[in-house]
Design a protein around this ligand. Structure first.
Ligand code: NAP
Ligand code: HSE
Length: 434
C-alpha cells in the first residue's frame, strides 16, 4: 500500500528528501511505498537538482496540505509563517507532519504538540537538531530511563565549519561564511547561525525533551560568533584550547514550586584540546548527553546539508509510514514517539550560574598590573587557573586570564573592579571555558 507524501519546500533539504524517495533501491523496503504526490515551491521555474514531473509542483502550499492524496505532510520550507499555520492546518486535516523547522518548533512546539495530541497524529522533528545525527528519538525513547544531568554540544554546522576553517587555516570569516551558504549549511538568513539563534532554537528543543517540559525560548542567553576575534581563537590554541560554539542545557535542581531549574545557554567556549568536543570539526555536530545511570553518551555526525538532513527527515516519514502500515494509530498515540511533557522547567538567572572563564585584558606594560588584577579576582573569591602576558609592545600588553569555576555574579563584580584599575584599558574579550 503506497503512502502519499506532500513536500512543502524543494530547496536544500526538500531536494535531498525527493532524491531519497525517488531512488528507493538498496534502502529499507518501506521507502518504495512512499510516493511524492505534491510539492510546494515559490518558483516553479527554478532549476532543481532532482528530476520530477513538473505537474507535482505548486506555488500554493495550502493546496499541498489539503490534497486528499497527501497523507503525510513534510515541512521543509523554513521560516515561522506560513510554516506554523501550514503545520497546524495539516494536523487539523488529520495528517501527521514531519518537519526540519527548529525555529517553529522552538517557539510554537507546545501549541503544535497539543494540536497533534488532540487530533491523534504525530509531528516528528528528527531533522530539526543535529542534521543527520539521530538525537531526538534517542532522547525521547532510548534514554528515557535516565535522569539527564546535562546535554551539551556543537549543534550548528555553519559556525563549526567557520570556526574550524579559521582555526586550522586562518581563513577569513566572511569568505568561509559564503562557502557555508553555497554548501547549503546556512539558514536563509545566516544571522540565525552566526548569532547563535539557530543553536538556541535547537538547545531549547533538546532541553524540552531531556527534562520533560518546555523551555521559554526567548529567555535563553545567546552569544554567537560574529564578534569573536581571530586573536582569541589563536590565543586559545596557544593555551591548549579550541574555540567552539557550544549549546548547553544543565539540570541544577528542583525548585520549591516543583519546577526543574535549568541553566540553558549558547556561547563561544574554549574547549580543552583533549576533550571529545574539541575534535568535532567542519560541518559535523556532536551532542554529549550525561545521564544517570547511562553515564556519558556522545552522538556525532554531519550536522547540516542536503543528504544528512534528508536522512533524518526520511527516518521520521518511515516511522509514521510503519504505523500506518500496521493499521494506523487506532485512536491512541505511542507515548514515546509523540513528544510528551510531564514537568515544568524554568531557567535560572545567569548571575546565579557558575562557569570557568577566559578573559583578555588590554593593559599598560608596567610593574604591578598583574598583581592588581589578581587582587581584584581574589577579593571576589575568584580562583585563577592561569594568568599570562601574551603580547607586549609600545608600552601596551595583553593579559589573558583563565579562571576556575565561579558564580557569574562574583566574576562580573571582579571584572567591574578590574576595569576601574589604573593601567587597565579594557576587557577586550570574555569567553566561557569548559
Ligand atoms: P531552502 O534551501 O531555502 O529551501 C526552502 C524551500 O521552501 C524552497 O524550495 C522554497 O521554494 C520553498 N518555499 C519557501 N517559502 C515558500 C512559500 N511561502 N511557498 C512555497 N514554497 C516556499 O531551505 P533549506 O536549507 O532546505 O531548509 C529548510 C528547512 O530545514 C528550514 O527550516 C531549515 O532550518 C531546516 N534545516 C535545514 C538544514 C540544512 O542543512 N539546510 C538542516 C536542518 C534543518 P523555491 O525553491 O522556489 O525558492
Ligand atoms: N543552519 C543549520 C546549521 C542547518 O548550520 O547547523 C542545520 O540545522
Amino acid at each position: 500500500m503506497t503512502i502519499g507524501i506532500g513536500l512543502l519546500g524543494l530547496g536544500t533539504v526538500g531536494a535531498g528528501v525527493a532524491e531519497i524517495l525517488t531512488s528507493p533501491g538498496g534502502r529499507h523496503p518501506l521507502v518504495a511505498e512512499l510516493e511524492l504526490r505534491r510539492i510546494a515551491v515559490r518558483d516553479p521555474n527554478r532549476p532543481r537538482p532532482v528530476a520530477l514531473p513538473p505537474e507535482l509542483l505548486s506555488t500554493d502550499p495550502e493546496e499541498v496540505v489539503n490534497d486528499p492524496s497527501v497523507e503525510i505532510v513534510v515541512e521543509v520550507m523554513g521560516g515561522l509563517e506560513p510554516a506554523r499555520s501550514l503545520i497546524l492546518a495539516a494536523i487539523a486535516a488529520g495528517k501527521s507532519v514531519v518537519t526540519a523547522n527548529k525555529a517553529v518548533i522552538a517557539r510554537h512546539g507546545e501549541e503544535i504538540a497539543d494540536a497533534a495530541a488532540r487530533q491523534g497524529v504525530y509531528v516528528l522533528i528528527e531533522a530539526a537538531v543535529g542534521g543527520g545525527i539521530p538525537i531526538i528519538e534517542p532522547l525521547k525513547q532510548s534514554l528515557g530511563g535516565n535522569r539527564i544531568q546535562r546535554v551539551s554540544g556543537i549543534i550548528n554546522g555553519t559556525t563549526n565549519y567557520i570556526l574550524s576553517r579559521m582555526t586550522d587555516e586562518g581563513a577569513a570569516y566572511t569568505e568561509v561564511l559564503a562557502e557555508a551558504q553555497k554548501l547549503g549549511y546556512a539558514e536563509a538568513d545566516p544571522a540565525a547561525d552566526v548569532g547563535g539563534h539557530d543553536a538556541a532554537d535547537k538547545i531549547a528543543i533538546l532541553a524540552g525533551l531531556a527534562y520533560g517540559g518546555s523551555v521559554e525560548r526567548s529567555l535563553i542567553p545567546t552569544v554567537g560568533i560574529s564578534d569573536l576575534q581571530a586573536r582569541d581563537v589563536s590565543y586559545a590554541s596557544q593555551l591548549g584550547y579550541r574555540v567552539k560554539l557550544l549549546a548547553v542545557a544543565q539540570h541544577l535542581g528542583t525548585a520549591a514550586d516543583g519546577s526543574e531549574c535549568l541553566d540553558v545557554r549558547v556561547h563561544p567556549t574554549l574547549v580543552p584540546s583533549d576533550h571529545p568536543l574539541a575534535v568535532v570539526n567542519g560541518v559535523n555536530n556532536a551532542i554529549l548527553v550525561e545521564g544517570d545511570p547511562v553515564g556519558r553518551v556522545m552522538f556525532y555526525g554531519p550536522g547540516a546539508g542536503a543528504g544528512p538532513t534528508a536522512s533524518a527527515v526520511v527516518a521520521d516519514i518511515l516511522n509514521i509510514a510503519g504505523i500506518r502500515q500496521m493499521g494506523g494509530t487506532g485512536g491512541g498515540l505511542d507515548p514515546l514517539l509523540a513528544a510528551s511533557r510531564w514537568r515544568r522547567c524554568s531557567l535560572v538567572e545567569t548571575s546565579r550560574t557558575s562557569h570557568r572563564n577566559y578573559v583578555r585584558l588590554q593593559t599598560s606594560d608596567q610593574a604591578g598590573v598583574i598583581g592588581r588584577i589578581g587582587s581584584c579576582f581574589g577579593h571576589e573569591d575568584v580562583s585563577i587557573q592561569s594568568i599570562v602576558q601574551l603580547e607586549a609592545s609600545g608600552g601596551q600588553a595583553e593579559i589573558v586570564v583563565i579562571t576556575h569555576e565561579v558564580e557569574e555574579a562574583r566574576f562580573q563584580a571582579a571584572l567591574a573592579a578590574i576595569q576601574a584599575l589604573s593601567g587597565v584599558q579594557s576587557v577586550a574579550a570574555c569567553l566561557r571555558t569548559l
